[in-house]
Design a protein around this ligand. Structure first.
Ligand SMILES: [Zn+2]
Length: 389
């Protein structure tokens, strides 16, 4: 089996910091992690060496909520588009992701699911598809954000079963609005199918989220966006995200979707174990300013923001590379904390924490090398170098 030894100025596992660290990879797995001087010489015998003495090694990022980037979008519904997106993500340090399907008429959603599955079957280059995320169609029209109105549906167990069957066990997260009539039954159905039920694009009151949590709701989609604001007499879904410990919460850390002060509030309230950085990125992420398409709607990209003609935010232009850098440089998190939000925590939300999201013996060799300014220089997925500068 092929052996690779990476030596780095600093290794973040991410919970531990190892100065003058080394990671030994054997085949697709991590064999050992530790200080360079502590690794027994026989263990690294015959290993090809990658020297990154000025740099940082960390686990690869995991993006639970992403629609597009690098010119491609999940709703393009072709394996080629998904591969283009996966390669774009790998260039920015993401090693695993959940292609996220927007609300659309049922046939379109089914087509998007099928395209993602056929890409999985045939195997695409770039970041690994870890499952699928369905953002809709059972969303509240009053909080639809940039979701298309003609894609929204009232809770319908028959349609949900059809989507689940089509997903063949790969659907990991589904966002719905718990206050819609019949939604609680769907939350129970999702929980039984081991799909994480998430609340988003919702008008739910605090009490409605509390009830939904008792029925199996586990997660809050892009917290503070597409839900009512935090009010001291009606905390709503955002207040529930902050205070209910059983809920994990997504955060779009681009500095546009959520004010830095509110990011700090979220971190104080929940800690890094319950917050996952997501990008919610669209096609134009990584591309120049201009006009683009989001699931059939025109989006204008300017000054780091993507908006519909009426000014509604339409996804982000973020990469997790930038999000982690923002959390360190603008919010003041330690690298260990910031990296956890994009690695260990998302892995545990989709029950992959036994083999992804950390640098430890036996874990998948999904890792990145970053320069001291937190820019990705190399991405390795299952022991294979997918990208390097
Ligand atoms: Zn989204």
């Amino acid at each position: 089996m092929k052996k690779v030894l990476i030596t780095a100025g600093r290794v973040y596992t991410p919970h531990q910091t190892i100065e003058e660290g080394a990671v030994l990879i054997e085949g697709e797995k991590i064999k050992a992690v530790g200080e360079v001087k502590e690794l027994p010489p026989e263990i690294k015998e015959g290993a090809e060496e990658i020297e990154a003495r000025e740099d940082i090694v960390a686990p690869g990022f995991i993006d639970l909520h992403i629609h597009g980037g690098g010119g491609a979008e999940v709703m393009d519904s072709t394996p080629e588009a998904l591969e283009k997106l996966a390669l774009f993500l790998a260039r920015h340090g993401t090693t695993g992701f959940l292609p996220t399907i927007l609300a659309a008429p049922p046939l379109k959603m089914l087509k998007a699911i099928e395209a993602a599955l056929s890409a999985l079957e045939r195997g695409i280059r770039g970041a690994k598809v870890l499952g699928l995320n369905l953002e809709g169609p059972f969303l509240n029209p009053r909080q639809r954000g940039a979701q298309r109105e003609d894609g929204l549906r009232l809770p319908d167990a028959g349609l949900l079963r059809e989507l689940i069957t089509c997903g063949k066990g790969f659907i990991k997260i589904m966002t719905l609005a718990p206050e819609l009539k019949g939604a609680l039954k769907l939350i129970e159905l999702l929980a039984r199918e081991s799909i994480t039920p998430a609340a988003g694009h919702t008008e739910a009151s605090f009490k409605e989220i509390e009830e939904a949590a008792q029925r199996g709701l586990k997660h809050i989609t892009h917290t503070f966006n597409a839900m009512r604001g935090l009010h001291h007499r009606e905390p709503g879904a955002a207040g529930a995200a902050l205070t209910l410990d059983t809920l994990s919460a997504e955060l779009i850390a681009d500095g546009v979707h959520v004010h830095p002060a509110i990011m700090k509030l979220m971190l104080k309230a929940k800690g890094e174990e319950k917050i996952a950085l997501i990008t919610d990125a669209m096609r134009a992420a990584g591309l120049p300013e201009g006009e683009y398409d989001l699931g059939g709607q025109k989006v204008r990209v300017r000054g780091g923001e993507a908006r519909l003609a009426d000014g509604t935010l339409a996804g982000s232009l973020l990469t997790l590379e930038k999000a982690v850098k923002n959390m360190i440089q603008r919010i003041g998190l330690t690298p260990n904390e910031a990296l956890s939000l994009a690695t260990t925590t998302p892995a545990s939300i989709i029950n992959l924490s036994q083999h992804k999201g950390r640098l430890a013996p036996g874990f998948d060799a999904d890792l990145i090398i970053l320069n001291p300014n937190w820019e990705v220089k190399l991405t390795m997925i299952k022991g294979e170098i997918i990208y390097h500068t």
